[in-house]
Design a protein. Structure first.
Length: 368
């Protein structure tokens, strides 16, 4: 009987490696607890339990669709969950853990979402176990850095760096990733690696380079811009999985999409590289784009209703050559809620609203 105490990061990587018998990339947080528990079942454990401080409603794993899929797969494989349990002590016999004593947890996060568990000492529970996997916390081990190295840390214990060049306070030493920025996703760390490599190259060659973005914008002919019907309502396609009875050892549980599933999944893309572009000079303020927008993200409002300071208002009037004594309007758009359906452009009678595609490319300019 294996108990996984979940919610943290570090000790778990080792546990997963031991369970699998081979290294596998391990994500952070309670995902790891779920992964490790499922692996323990597949590796031959008869019973695997996960105990977490969080209630189901608080569990990070249950905040995403993928997390729900993960959770359901773990349940199917027989993992038993014990939310709102705070491990109080391990009870051992002849050097081996035999029982874990828990107290209750009333809540794990405060109203601001900060980790601040409140325990319930009236609730006490013991669980017999043969093995315990701890997944309760991870931080960068910077103990190898000595004060003579000249590498400063921030008050929160991260490496102090210039975020643009990733240089530390010690010449010739560069840093990025979680050690410099705190926990983020792996894409940021990969980007840091690339940025640091460029900085190191500049440092070694004694040249300085500045990076800049090359932006190309192409207008999409309005009637050529189409999206699949109800694309914003297509459900995520869960990756197909192998049968429960084939999930042993290091077998791969999630297999790839079929072509049909992959096409369906890709239809959900909100095409963030495509934007609506509004040309005020061509707008006749007919309000049709506002009326047709399914997400209510467009609004035509009188300029007088906007809380603008006088200087900005003056700049706008001058930029658009508007008589300050004549009524003027502004088009407001909430880009966060736009789903790039293109209906506003399609409805616009004057081509004042268009769909345009943006291509960014990061380039280097080397100064000698
Ligand atoms: S593209 Fe669609 S969602 Fe976005 S502003 Fe236009 S109508 Fe609204
Ligand atoms: S539909 Fe076109 S012309 Fe009419 S308000 Fe919208 S952008 Fe302006």
């Amino acid at each position: 009987k294996v108990l996984v105490i979940g919610g943290g990061f570090v000790a778990f990587d080792a546990a997963r490696t031991a369970l699998r018998g081979a290294a596998e990339p391990a994500p952070g947080g309670i995902h790891e607890a779920v992964d490790a528990a499922r692996l323990a079942v597949r590796a031959g454990a008869e019973e695997v339990h996960i105990a977490s401080l969080e209630s189901f409603a608080e569990m990070p794993v249950l905040r995403s669709v993928q997390g729900h899929e993960e959770f359901e797969e773990a349940q199917k494989e027989g993992v038993v969950f014990h939310p709102q349990r705070g491990p109080k002590r391990f009870i051992g016999q002849r050097g081996k853990v035999r029982e874990v004593e828990f107290i209750g947890v009333k809540r794990t996060y405060d109203d601001n979402g900060r980790f601040a568990p409140i325990y319930d000492n009236d609730f006490v529970e013991r669980m017999q176990v043969d093995s315990v996997i701890l997944a309760i916390g991870q931080q960068t081990d910077l103990s190898f850095i000595k004060s003579s190295d000249g590498i400063d840390l921030t008050p929160s214990g991260l490496l102090k760096i210039d975020p643009k060049t990733l240089t530390t306070t010690s010449e010739g030493i560069f840093a990025g990733g979680d050690a410099a920025f705190g926990p983020r996703n792996i894409i940021d760390s990969v980007a840091n690696g690339k940025r640091a490599a460029l900085s190191i190259d500049e440092f070694l060659r004694g040249k300085s380079a500045t990076s800049y973005f090359d932006l190309t914008v192409e207008k999409i002919p309005t009637r050529r811009f189409t999206r699949p019907e109800d694309f914003e309502q297509i459900e995520r396609q869960a990756p197909p999985t192998i049968d429960l009875n084939r999930r042993t050892g290091i077998s791969e549980v999630e297999v790839g999409y079929t072509e049909e599933q992959a096409r369906r999944q890709s239809e959900r893309c909100l095409a963030c590289h495509i934007q609506t572009i509004y040309n005020a000079e061509q707008c006749v303020m007919c309000n049709r784009c506002v009326d047709v927008c399914p997400e209510y993200c467009l609004k035509l409002v009188p300029l007088s209703e906007l809380a603008l300071d006088d200087a900005l208002k003056q700049r706008l009037l001058e930029h658009y050559n508007v008589d300050p004594f004549m009524p003027a309007s502004a088009m407001l758009k909430d880009d966060d809620t736009c789903i790039r359906c293109g209906l506003c452009a399609l409805r616009c009678p004057t081509d004042a609203m268009t769909m345009e595609v943006f291509y960014y490319e990061e380039k280097e300019r080397v100064k000698r």
